[in-house]
Write a protein that binds this ligand. Structure first.
Ligand SMILES: Cc1ncc(COP(=O)(O)OP(=O)(O)O)c(N)n1
Ligand SMILES: Cc1ncsc1CCOP(=O)(O)O
Ligand SMILES: [Mg+2]
Length: 210
């Protein structure tokens, strides 16, 4: 089966103002061409997170977009997400698989680490994310990862490869040309005045590689 992890992968911005805009903003991103949506909110307001994620899960289901929850396996299960994204400070891939099952999409952060990528691919990850491929204002201390990693990873895996970090309309084509299957973006989507137009431009530049 072809993976749904491709093209524009929009990650929600917990700094979005006002927060009530979230569902409309994600709907706009999906109309603009985002194929994957990740709910990323590290706040402790569980009731708000639960309400938002449930609304986004329903929206994505209706629109045919893939819905991923960041960090939290139990939360992903509770809101009926399609999967979860885990990094090195989060739960282990094996725990995510045991809890969410074989059908769930489990993505992993590989930073700039090809050995980690090789290990997690062999352990059953559904996609591998590398980054930050450019400086990111959202996560300024993130590890930097060169774009050459995508060709190196392709030599040992056919899994979808996701680029993240500082991707915008000016550099997303370069990310696609480097061999990434998806581009994960926060600020250049949700920081835009017109989210739908921003997503449309990013998705088109990624697909056309220009
Ligand atoms: C698609 C995608 N790639 C990488 C990350 C980063 O995950 P992580 O390293 O766990 O950092 P946080 O996002 O949790 O701060 C991601 N979320 N999504
Ligand atoms: C979560 C994360 N991991 C590496 S960079 C980053 C933030 C990406 O956000 P932006 O697209 O705004 O740079
Ligand atoms: Mg994480």
């Amino acid at each position: 089966m072809t993976s749904p992890i491709r093209g524009l992968y929009a990650i929600t911005d917990s700094a979005l103002q006002p927060p009530e805009r979230l569902v409309d903003a994600v709907a706009a991103a999906v109309r603009g061409g985002a194929r994957v949506v990740q709910y990323r909110d590290k706040s402790a307001d569980h009731a708000r997170r639960r309400k938002e994620a449930a609304a986004l899960a329903a929206l994505c289901r209706q629109a045919g977009a893939c819905f991923i929850v960041n960090d939290d396996i139990e939360f992903a299960a509770a809101v009926g997400a399609d999967g979860v994204h885990v990094g090195r400070d989060d739960a282990e891939l094996a725990a995510a698989r045991a809890r969410l099952g074989g059908e769930a999409i489990i993505g992993v952060s590989c930073y700039d680490d090809l050995e980690r990528a090789r290990r997690l691919a062999a352990a059953g990850a559904d996609y591998l994310a590398f980054g930050s491929v450019f400086p990111s204002a959202t996560k300024p201390d993130a590890v930097r990862a060169p774009l050459g990693l995508f060709r190196e990873a392709r030599a040992f895996t056919q899994l979808p490869l996701v680029a993240i970090g500082g991707i915008d309309a000016g550099n997303i084509a370069e990310v696609a040309r480097a061999g990434a299957d998806a581009a994960a973006v926060i600020r250049a989507v949700f920081g835009a005045d017109d989210v739908e137009a921003a997503a449309r431009r990013l998705a088109a530049s990624f697909e056309l590689r220009v």
